[in-house]
Design a protein around this ligand. Structure first.
Ligand code: GLN
Length: 425
């Protein structure tokens, strides 16, 4: 803890990855752990963890990086946080993020943008920008992020770290401030794939406080020799040439490990962004109705940033009776279509591999249109739409900017994906 507190003191001012650190409290908790003989045998003993600012950690501000909740102190621990504490982990601080997890760049936080530790003039990606940057800059051992449409995988890719979004239902969201409940999952950002396996095993499990959760067996380390590895042609087609070259080289690694590469076709890539964003807008609009200025802080519309306001306004409009058939219900239909087709094409493969983001991260402060910003998500939202598990491992860099390989699996094939990540690394 002392080691990381020193690094945070030195480095965090520059990259703005953490927005709340209480050194006194951390040292006190560390001392308690050190005196506890039982804690020493626990799997996370000695591990220092950073938590995204939309997950409740008792006594810390759960601001979602918005002015709306800047004074709201979490009154309890989220299930994932409780599990980390029970397993000997030490929470060192709260990570910056895009406001209410709406974003792909880490620039929309009320507390200012996070910088990419590996390429400081570039965005770190988002929305779990601070969690990825903290791991990348070695400010902690492990971090928690949330992924609604790529928010763990996108910053993991840009910052050169490992990220994993478990299958929908594997990890409890109790204590997570939701963005879009039917997509959200909590997951780890780590330095190695083995650490991602370790932390996933700790935080997963059935939780009566989140009825979407199911119990899964512990994920174990296993050989992936003989795996059938799918590559979706239409996913490759939308990727910039230089990134595509890196991904193609990475696919060769799976051949060397003894896997068989299978080309797949998926005809609904064009539906991914409209389907995701329409459902996201409606669910987000609904979840923000509690920020009415009386219960939790300020009225959200009075203080929020442009992107959050855009989603509230469109969400409110398209969920009105006269519009619902035209946009929202069609988006729900498209989700079923995408999901059924994805499960069908994945039937005969163990995993699919490909790029995480289609382009390199832009320069910090560069002005993008909403559509340009959303286009970062085209390869990450399908996993959320289809309930898949998906992880990212670094696979090289272009001019010093990290590139992450995305590995996806069928719902509840988390063990296969984690093992593929370990094998690739
Ligand atoms: N970039 C996507 C969005 O803005 C994903 C965000 C997320 O996964 N939290 O909605």
């Amino acid at each position: 803890a002392e080691h990381y507190l020193e690094r945070i003191e030195k480095i965090n001012k520059k990259i703005n990855a953490l927005i709340e650190v209480n050194a006194e409290r951390v040292l006190e908790e560390a001392k308690k752990l050190e005196k506890d003989e039982k804690a020493k045998k626990k799997p996370l003993y000695g591990k220092v963890v950073v938590v995204k600012a939309n997950i409740n950690v008792d006594g810390y501000t759960i601001s979602c990086a918005s002015k709306t909740l800047e004074n709201y102190i979490a009154p309890y621990d989220a299930t994932v946080v409780q599990k980390i504490k029970e397993n000997g982990g030490l929470i060192i601080g709260i990570a910056n993020m895009d406001e209410f997890a709406c974003g792909s760049s880490g620039e929309t936080s009320y507390y200012g943008a996070t910088k990419n530790p590996k390429a400081e003039d570039r965005i770190p990606g988002g929305s779990s920008s601070g969690s990825a940057a903290a791991v990348s800059a070695d400010l902690c051992d492990l971090a928690l992020g949330s992924d609604t449409g790529g928010s763990i995988r996108n910053p993991a890719s840009h910052c050169g770290v490992v990220g994993f979004k478990p299958s929908y239902g594997v990890v409890s969201r109790y204590g997570l401030c939701d963005l879009a409940m039917s997509f959200d999952q909590i997951g780890p950002l780590t330095k190695t794939a083995e650490d991602a396996l370790l932390l996933t095993n700790i935080i997963k499990g059935k939780d009566l406080k989140d009825t979407t959760t199911v119990e899964t067996k512990p994920f174990e380390k296993k050989d992936i020799k003989g795996f059938k590895v799918g590559v979706i042609k239409e996913f490759m087609d939308v990727v910039d040439k230089k990134i595509r070259d890196k991904i193609e080289t990475s696919i060769e690694v799976f051949k060397d490990i003894g896997c068989e590469i299978v080309e797949l076709n998926y005809k609904y890539v064009d539906l991914a962004l409209p389907t995701y964003y329409l459902i996201n807008y409606v669910e987000f609009f609904s979840s923000t109705r509690r920020y009415d200025g009386r219960r939790y802080g300020y009225k959200i519309e009075d203080v929020c940033g442009e992107e959050v306001l855009r989603r509230i306004m469109i969400g409110s409009m398209i969920s009105q009776k006269e519009y619902s058939g035209k946009y929202y219900k069609n988006a729900l239909r498209a989700r079923n279509l995408m999901r059924n087709e994805m499960i069908k094409i994945m039937k005969d493969v163990d995993i699919i591999v490909g790029a995480t983001v289609p382009k390199l991260p832009h320069k910090l402060g560069e002005k993008l249109t909403p559509m340009e910003m959303y286009s970062y998500d085209v390869l990450t939202v399908p996993a959320n739409i289809c309930g898949l598990c998906a992880g990212v491992v670094p696979c090289g860099e272009i001019n010093g900017i990290p590139i992450g390989l995305q590995i996806q699996g069928k719902p509840f094939d988390d063990e296969k994906v984690l093992n593929a990540m370990i094998a690739f690394e």
